[in-house]
Design a protein around this ligand. Structure first.
Ligand code: ADP
Ligand code: AMP
Length: 216
C-alpha cells in the first residue's frame, strides 16, 4: 500500500505513521525526519535546510524531492510506503507522480488528518521527541513513562526548535498557502479521505483503518 498522510504541522501524521508502519509493515518516509537527520549529521544538505526550517519555511523542492527519490528506490519500499510530510507543494506532487510513473506505481490513498489551527499551537508546544529513534510524545496526552526520557531507548527527549509559537504560526501560514491546495488535486483523483484529527490517537487510528478498508 502506498499512502500519503496529509495535514498541517502537528496534525498527528508522525504519530499515526508509526502505528501504521508497525501494522502494515511498510516504512514511514518523513521528509522532516530526513532533514533533521541531515542536520545532525552536519551534511551540506542539512546546513542548507536548517535556515528554512528554523524560519518555519518550506525547504526548496529539489532538496526534498531528492531525498524521497533516493528512498523510494530502496528494496524496503518495494511493497509500499507511508509518506509523512511529503508532498507539500504542487511541484513536489508532480515530481512524485513522475517518479512513481517511472516505476509503474501509484498512490493508493491520501489520508487528510484534520485539526483546526487553534489546536495546533497548544499541541506543538507540548510535543517532545526522541532525537535518536524519532518517537513522539505529548506532555499531557502521551507522556513518557519516565519524565524526559524515551520509553524505547532511554534517550533524553528534546523540544524541537521550530515548535516555538512564532515559528508554528509561520509553518501554519506555509501550510495554508502552499500545501492545503494539494487536497483538491487528490480529491479530484478520488484518493482523498478525511479523518477527524482532534480525536484521541486511538480514535484517529481507527478512522484511518476504516478509510483504508482494513478495519476488522
Ligand atoms: P505531525 O507529524 O503531523 O507534525 P505529530 O505526530 O508529531 O504531528 O503530533 C504532534 C503532537 O501532537 C505530538 O506531541 C503528539 O504526541 C500529539 N498528538 C498526536 N496525535 C494526537 C491526538 N490525536 N490528540 C492529541 N495529541 C496528539
Ligand atoms: P515536519 O517534521 O514534517 O513538521 O517538517 C519540519 C520542517 O522540515 C518543515 O517546517 C520544513 O521546513 C521542512 N520540510 C519537511 N518536509 C518538507 C517538504 N516536503 N517540503 C519542504 N520542506 C519540508
Amino acid at each position: 500500500m502506498r499512502l500519503i498522510l496529509f495535514g498541517p504541522p502537528g496534525a498527528g501524521k508522525g504519530t499515526q505513521a508509526k502505528r501504521l508502519e508497525e501494522e502494515l509493515g511498510t516504512p514511514q518516509l518523513s521528509t522532516g525526519d530526513m532533514l533533521r537527520a541531515a542536520r545532525r549529521g552536519g551534511t551540506e544538505l542539512g546546513k542548507k535546510a536548517a535556515a528554512y526550517m528554523d524560519a518555519g519555511k518550506l525547504v526548496p523542492d529539489e532538496v526534498v524531492v531528492g531525498l524521497i527519490e533516493e528512498r523510494i528506490q530502496k528494496p524496503e519500499c518495494e511493497k509500499g510506503f507511508l509518506l509523512d510530510g511529503f508532498p507539500r507543494t504542487l511541484p513536489q506532487a508532480e515530481a512524485l507522480d513522475a517518479m512513481l510513473e517511472r516505476r509503474g506505481q501509484r498512490i493508493d490513498h491520501v489520508i487528510s488528518i484534520e485539526v483546526p489551527d487553534e489546536d495546533i499551537v497548544h499541541r506543538l508546544s507540548q510535543r517532545r521527541s526522541c532525537p535518536s529513534c524519532g518517537t513522539v510524545y505529548h506532555l499531557e496526552h502521551m507522556p513518557p513513562k519516565e519524565p524526559g526520557r524515551c520509553d524505547k531507548d532511554g534517550t533524553e527527549l528534546v523540544q524541537r526548535e521550530d515548535d516555538k509559537p512564532e515559528t508554528i504560526k509561520k509553518r501554519l501560514e506555509a501550510f495554508h498557502a502552499q500545501t492545503a491546495p494539494l487536497k483538491e488535486l487528490y480529491r479530484e483523483r478520488g484518493l482523498l479521505k478525511s479523518v477527524d484529527g482532534t480525536k484521541p490517537p486511538d480514535g484517529v487510528h481507527q478512522e484511518i483503518r476504516e478509510a483504508l478498508g482494513i478495519a476488522g
